[in-house]
Design a protein around this ligand. Sequence first.
Ligand code: TXA
Ligand code: MG
Length: 317
Amino acid sequence: MTTRTLTTNEQLQRAAALLRAGRLVAFPTETVYGLGANALDADAVRRIYEAKGRPSTSPLIVHVSSVEMAKQVAASWPDTAEKLARRYWPGPLTLVLPKRDFVPDEVTAGLGTVGVRIPEHPIALELIRLAGVPLAAPSANRFTQLSPTTADHVRASLAERVDMIVDGGACRVGIESTVVSLAGSEPLLLRPGMIGREQIEAEIGPVALADAAAPEGQAHASPGQHEKHYAPRTRLRIGAPATRERTAFLYIANEAEAEHRVRMPNEPKGYAAALYETLHRLDTLALDEIVVEQVPETPEWDAVRDRLTRAAVRTPR
Ligand code: TXA
Ligand code: MG
């Protein structure tokens, strides 16, 4: 396994060769780091689930470098896809569309649909082009852990489980892409992201909110959304600190007594970009609790509020 601060063309060539050979390469995108494999190679994709320790009921996003390549994995390309792709690709938006038969079930968790996006990161785009194949890539972390926004986060989570880590510095957006399904009778928002529902509706009209409930162990309209996700190891609570000791407080407007006071940007873009990095850092301090000031109930904050709410859901470990 190799991690370098500077990614050279030679390293990208090597990464592409590994991907073509069915190996795993972690790479930067504008949202979070992805754990990539050749999406058309079922054995390679199976290695992703092994490395993440993730159940195969969660489908993976397929990363492509052009609309043409997206159409190679999607069985249909509705007008809504064309509009959203024109407006937001490359960018942090995943479109769920009917899949072509040759896309392995391992990628889609047996669903008849595939999630696809063109990432807006020069290294990701170059890597896909060099590999010459679409790359299936979930976030490059062990299952239920925080998503990585730096190569160091990937190394700390996956270590030797990945064949190579391509270092592209810190991710600009900082939280996962918006996921919209265009596969049903009406567009559905499956996961909020920094491209908001209103921005999507401005392009294609009304977008419904997905119902988050799904029977245990079954593939789900919005798989990955029903489980505890995006959570630090340290207990996280939204509210105000109860005690100063061994506590961190992430605030935007109302500072309060805490051992570690972290002032977060009071606007959603800056907050999202800093969120996982901040939680990764605080998680290394073995605190009793991370307390987070509630963020506004307004639409611009939807994606950040979603991740905070999920991080605060606790199940026993
Ligand atoms: O920003 C991102 O999307 C990052 C980077 C690496 O691209 N990837 C990411 O992947 O967050 P992951 O595996 O952690 O989350 C993928 C989510 C799933 O939880 C699911 O909600 C949705 O994408 N998804 C993928 N394929 C789908 C499908 N066929 N039907 C419904 N949802 C799908
Ligand atoms: Mg993830």
